[in-house]
Design a protein around this ligand. Structure first.
Ligand SMILES: Cc1ncc(COP(=O)(O)O)c(C=O)c1O
Length: 244
């Protein structure tokens, strides 16, 4: 989507480049070219401020999966904004929409779950997961269980713990990350990482063995959790291999 060349002075593109730092963006190129400024969306389409339309193949950043222009969502949001635009959950506070949503998520979760933790982004969600792992083991009297294992090529976000969990060079190189105790193993990418002639099942078994070997080498009593994805997104949109 980045086709702009040298934004006109005082254009939205120039004002953006002068005032905003964008994540996961080449900052030098951005200063030279500016952004694509999107004005509106309908269904799978978004339109920029110059009237050019694009298919939004990533559904926003994976979060507009119902498409743009959903009148039911507009009406529900407007009604809630009028009634109670915001309330927090700290210190024993709650509100009905969040209780309804938590119950719904527990009902449709693909595996049994006991509770929902709400966060404002994927990165914050993953930082929270790390915090909960450390909290859990500390509460059980095993605070040394702090190491976290995830996949190379995984993308878990941009906050400090989420970027450490991620296995992408661009998450780590300029930031002195990952933090100590964040360990990475081979992703379940049969096409790229299988040995010649290795079946998907044998590859999956090898990765499971590698994980076990790493845990034994690090000391199981120091490992807090393993982060893995049912579908790895940025690492190649990889589904899990079939179970043995
Ligand atoms: C699998 C996965 N985890 C975490 C994140 C980070 O989410 P956010 O950008 O909301 O912080 C993303 C973002 O694309 C993601 O795809």
């Amino acid at each position: 989507m980045s086709e702009n060349k040298s934004p006109r002075p005082n254009s939205p593109e120039a004002r953006d480049a002068a005032s905003i730092i964008h994540p996961l963006t080449n900052l030098k190129t951005h200063l030279e070219q500016g952004p694509v400024v999107v004005a509106e969306g309908e269904g799978v389409w978004v339109t920029d401020i110059h009237g050019k339309k694009y298919i939004e193949g990533m559904s926003g950043l994976w979060c507009i999966s119902l498409g743009y222009g959903q009148e039911r969502l507009v009406a529900a949001a407007a009604e809630q904004m009028r009634r109670l635009p915001y309330y927090h959950l700290t210190n024993h506070k709650s509100h009905s929409p969040v209780i309804d949503l938590a119950e719904k998520l527990l009902e449709i979760a693909p595996v049994p779950m006991s509770k929902i933790w709400f966060a404002n982004s994927g990165s914050e969600g993953n930082d929270s997961a790390v915090r909960i792992v450390w909290y859990y083991w500390t509460a059980l009297g095993q605070p040394e269980r702090r190491k976290l294992i995830s996949h190379r090529q995984a993308y878990h976000g941009n906050t400090i713990a989420a970027a450490s969990l991620s296995g992408m060079h661009y998450n780590h190189a300029s930031f002195g990350l990952p933090l100590d105790g964040f360990l990475h193993i081979t992703p379940p990418h049969h096409y790229r990482f299988a040995d010649p002639g290795e079946s998907e099942e044998d590859f999956a078994s090898r990765l499971a063995n590698d994980l076990d070997t790493l845990i034994q080498a690090e000391g199981p009593e120091t490992v807090g959790a393993f982060f893995t994805e049912p579908v790895m997104g940025a690492g190649g949109v990889l589904g899990a291999p079939p179970p043995n």
